[in-house]
Design a protein around this ligand. Structure first.
Ligand code: ADP
Ligand code: MG
Length: 377
């Protein structure tokens, strides 16, 4: 079973076990079904074998969670690994060492994929977070063994795919984050499907710029102004609602030092020496109105520099408003998911994706190689 146990470590311990717990339903189902289970994962970006990126702390945490021993093999391929895999009894769980200790993994090397598959009868992919990459353990192996989606992968596909295929209306998408250039494909995919598009965060600045607003020293991409204007035209031309910030928090700098000089400004009054760091109270009220009305809400990207507590208000309010709404709520992305978890509201959402890049590529309508390789996708 390919899992995404690429978790943060601190002082040799798992700092956040969300991804490990996310795989437990599949793991239990397989064990209860009488399987013996070998778990494959990557951790970090090692260049060759690197003791600091061993999966040992992960195997230890998993053993605590499932209350059974989880031996860690010292490699992911080779005769000793194959022997240990073949010697497993039903109910046994073992982990292979970090599959990225071999550069062949990311090259999707066919011979390496054959070595990975050696000794196994079936392949289950539950690693949604890496499904957008065609690696030996996510794609190659799926062609060598009978391949199935795990329950987490299924849950992700149902939640994110449901947003695209048959969202209940009104459907509101809230898109924020740093740069519009990384979100253009997401916007293009969502615009025809939504009723309201709310844009916040750093990327809103480029839209404001395209409307001739003064944005001071804000983060923006002037070369993307034309594309931003096309998105605006397409939303409004189709009778849909576009919500851009009407007021903002602006500060001398986007870090903690900037907090003391921060103030609330209308979007046509942002002073030239300040940078936009969050959405303002009137903007939050406008977002609140559409969120309360919505039947489906998809959120990606923080609407402010939420890493700085003084600039986290807008992002936290979005999370709270979504949590309180009766709508189907789906959150996807890296920092947006982090913000929801920090607010302690992950349990209040219909679905919080475990895949940052993978969730966005799915929303963009791209084919994810790890999913495409599974016959019963
Ligand atoms: P996600 O990972 O959820 O897809 P992104 O990676 O696109 O989100 O963007 C996250 C980053 O956007 C955060 O680190 C946040 O600080 C930054 N950001 C949000 N609003 C602003 C802003 N007004 N100015 C600068 N950076 C911003
Ligand atoms: Mg990110």
């Amino acid at each position: 079973m390919r899992v995404d146990f690429n978790v943060p470590l601190e002082e040799g311990k798992v700092a956040d076990d969300t991804r490990i717990r996310a795989a437990l339903p599949t793991l239990s189902a397989l064990i209860e079904g009488g399987a013996s289970l070998g778990l494959i994962s990557h951790l970090g970006r090692p260049k060759g074998t690197d003791a600091k990126l061993s999966l040992a702390p992960v195997a230890k945490r998993l053993a605590e969670l499932i209350k059974r021993e989880v031996p860690l093999l010292d490699d992911s391929v080779g005769p000793r690994v194959e022997k240990a895999v073949r010697a497993m009894e039903p109910g046994d769980v073992l982990m292979l060492e970090n599959v990225r200790f071999h550069p062949e993994e990311e090259r999707n090397d066919p011979a390496f994929a054959r070595q990975l598959a050696a000794g196994f009868d079936l392949y289950v992919n539950d690693a949604f977070g890496i499904a957008h990459r065609a690696h030996a353990s996510t794609e190659g192996v799926a062609h060598l063994l009978p391949a199935y989606a795990g329950l987490l992968l299924e849950r992700e596909l149902v939640a994110l795919g449901g947003i695209l295929d048959r969202p209940a209306h009104p459907f509101v998408a809230i898109i924020g984050g740093a740069k519009v250039s990384t979100k253009m494909d997401v916007l293009r995919s969502l615009v025809p499907r939504v009723d309201t598009l709310a844009i916040g965060g750093g990327m809103a600045n480029t839209f404001l710029l395209a409307m001739g607003r003064p944005i001071g020293r804000s983060l923006a991409e002037p070369e993307k102004e034309t594309e931003a204007r096309l998105v605006t035209d397409e939303v409004e031309g189709n009778g849909k609602e576009l919500l851009l910030p009407v007021d903002v928090i602006a500060a001398p700098s986007a870090d903690a030092e900037g907090a003391s000089g921060a103030g609330t400004y209308e979007v046509d009054e942002v002073p030239s020496h300040l940078a936009i760091v969050d959405i303002g109270p009137r903007t939050i009220d406008r977002y609140a109105r559409v969120i309360k009305n919505a039947k489906t809400i998809f959120w990606n990207g923080p609407v402010g520099v939420f890493e700085v507590p003084a600039f986290a208000n807008g992002t936290r309010r979005i999370a709270e408003l979504m949590a309180e709404s009766g709508a189907t709520t789906v959150v996807g992305g890296g920092e947006s998911v982090q913000a929801v978890e920090e607010a302690g509201l992950a349990d209040k959402m219909t679905h919080v994706s475990t895949g940052g890049g993978a969730s966005l590529e799915l929303i963009e309508g791209k084919t994810l190689p790890g999913i495409a390789a599974i016959p019963d996708r």
